[in-house]
Ligand binder design. Structure first.
Ligand SMILES: [Zn+2]
Length: 288
């Protein structure tokens, strides 16, 4: 008599470990801060990781140097960018921030950064990784994802003293997924050569104010309570088409790296619930 293979019951871990990567410090929040806030509220464990100092984009320091010609204290500027990410992460409820401190004027893959990212993967053993699209034409974005993909192979599930647990459905390993940001780092033809259609949309409407407060920690990038920047970007990015077409006011959109595995064709309960709700002033305007 044939016995069926044990399939297990709920295999998804109760509390997920999520590694959220931003090429520049603020990218951790700008592109996924709402999603992170929701997972923290649910009890998941989140680590923020940025490989670079973000110093080439310290906009207020660059302006100051242009106007005064006085060389700034570079170490203090790096510390300031680190602190901004820590403060913004704290607003979202995240304490684990890995600021690797590499120069972000990067032109190529470097083994040292790959190794540093692999160490973090080994340490936090993520179920989910969030990061930039691999061909994002901002070098610090695309390259950090390319180095991440190498780091995943380098980490290869080997953790001293812990059970073997390879990351990546690519290689038939444990359940795991990478979600790439749908947002473009730049607006140019190269960004459009590969079709980028989000296949996962997270409704962040209930945490959008919390995300705005986190973004306002990045004062070196001209964000802040008195600045209109967050309001503008919040509407352009989170209030964009992906949200509008799914009938939610604010959303973050992603593309999954691996095809997801189901027993049957999926239709999400949340989508059905939202579709059955009456139109509101926020979501009644379709573009058809
Ligand atoms: Zn960036």
């Amino acid at each position: 008599m044939m016995s069926s293979l044990p399939r297990g019951k709920a295999e998804v871990p109760k509390n997920l470990s999520i590694l959220n990567i931003g090429g520049h410090p603020k990218d951790c929040v700008l592109y996924a801060g709402g999603t992170i806030a929701k997972h923290v509220h649910r009890g998941d464990r989140v680590t923020m990781l940025t490989p670079y100092t973000g110093l080439s984009h310290h906009l207020t320091a660059i302006n100051e140097y242009r106007d005064s010609s006085k060389m700034p204290d570079m170490e203090a500027l790096v510390e300031e960018r680190k602190k901004e990410l820590e403060n913004a992460s704290a607003v979202l409820g995240v304490k684990d921030v890995r600021f690797l401190g590499h120069d972000d004027s990067i032109t190529t893959i470097t083994p040292e950064i790959v190794s540093d990212i692999a160490d973090v993967i080994g340490d936090v053993t993520p179920d989910i990784i969030i990061t930039h699209w691999p061909d994002d034409t901002v070098p610090a974005h695309g390259l950090s994802t390319k180095m991440l993909l190498l780091a995943i192979d380098a980490a290869a599930g080997i953790r001293p003293g812990k059970p073997y647990r390879p990351f990546g459905g690519d290689t038939g390993g444990a359940a795991s997924q990478i979600f790439y940001h749908d947002q473009r780092g730049r607006t140019n033809i190269l960004e459009s050569l590969n079709p980028r259609m989000p296949n996962v949309i997270i409704d962040i409407t209930d945490v959008v104010v919390q995300k705005a407060e986190a973004m306002n920690c990045f004062t070196s990038q001209n964000y802040g309570e008195r600045s209109n920047l967050q309001r503008k970007l919040g509407e352009v990015l989170d209030g964009g088409l992906a949200g509008l077409h799914t009938r939610v006011p604010y959303a973050e959109a992603f593309l999954s790296h691996n095809p997801e595995l189901y027993e049957y064709l999926p239709l999400s309960d949340y989508r059905i619930k939202r579709s059955n709700e009456a139109s509101t002033e926020h979501i009644s305007q379709m573009l058809l």
